[in-house]
Design a binder for this molecule. Sequence first.
Ligand SMILES: [Zn+2]
Ligand SMILES: [Zn+2]
Length: 209
Amino acid sequence: MKLHSLTLGAVETNAYLLIHEHRAVLVDAPEGAATAVDALLEEEGATLEALLLTHGHWDHIVDAAALARRGLRVYGHPGDQPFFEHPEVMRSFLPLPLSLEPIDVTHWVHDADRFLEMGLRFEVRLVDGHAPGNVLYHLPSEGIAFSGDSLFRRGVGRTDLPGSRPEALVESIRKRIYTLPAGTVVYPGHGPATTVGEEKAENPFVPAA
Ligand SMILES: [Zn+2]
Ligand SMILES: [Zn+2]
């Protein structure tokens, strides 16, 4: 499997394009993702089949509706359904005037769900606290996971937003991220990648219990 990291948009949001045997999956859709991904797909001779949304905050979904219209399978957690279906509620947080379109999530996922994309098994873990429906997508066969805005390298997501629950974030990171194999590489919604073991040892906000 091949992984392309893209950092896009006004608040440097990460999107990840995964390619396996000419089939592709995109994790999150910040502003500019549709164009950036098209160039990579063409280069790789791959077809985009699914969009995995870690959560519904505006910076992760600006290009999601346009991508979804291509008939992709779109995954998201119902905790963030209000953001997916009524993104205008986030308008006051936009640093720029962007148009936000409602997104048709076709595959609602819950904690502990599993699904297949590109012939590979993905496992879902709910890591709420930053957003009610922030999920981590774990690819056990590759030893990688996508954490959205829950856990960052030496950091955690903001918990001062509508729907945030500061007390839930630390607990869900301990229960649902720190329990992954220590060597799992974590690709976050902002900033560089890290590993579960490194964060357990070094993360100042979430010491291992
Ligand atoms: Zn967020
Ligand atoms: Zn974000």
